[in-house]
Design a binder for this molecule. Structure first.
Ligand SMILES: [Zn+2]
Length: 133
């Protein structure tokens, strides 16, 4: 798959809309349209690296620091017990980190259908969440 056809590159360039929960110049995080659990988020570098192992060393720490920051926000906003983090990536060859809120039930099963209404509601909860000081 070329970068031109890569769905995650196209999301990063806004050619395909996504339920974005975070964005900066180098990263974007958005809700998975087939979530394992409520708030299942994908964090990607905007630049195309097919595999995690191809990521330049200097970009690894920034990506994981951001994953932790977003994980904390998801956990608090959605009242999850834990946030699971995984780098799998065989389905879309563009490095991505899964942030999967855990609410006490296993196993995870991917939904077969996108839940658009639910995604909008969850996105609103996350975006409107303000850290309690
Ligand atoms: Zn890509």
């Amino acid at each position: 798959m070329s970068e031109k056809d890569c769905i995650f590159c196209r999301i990063g360039k806004k050619e395909i809309p996504s339920k974005t929960i975070y964005e900066d110049s180098a990263h974007i995080a958005f809700l998975d349209i087939k979530p394992y659990t409520k708030g299942h988020t994908l964090l990607i570098p905007k630049k195309h690296y097919a595999q995690f192992l191809e990521l330049p060393k200097k970009e690894v720490s920034g990506l994981f620091a951001l994953a932790q920051e977003l994980g904390k926000k998801l956990k608090a906003a959605l009242d999850a017990q834990l946030i699971f983090l995984s780098v799998m990536g065989e389905e879309i060859p563009h490095t991505h980190i899964h942030l999967i809120p855990y609410y006490g039930e296993m196993p995870f099963v991917a939904r077969s259908e996108p839940l658009s209404g639910d995604l909008d509601r969850i996105l609103k909860v996350i975006k409107e969440y303000k850290e309690k000081k």
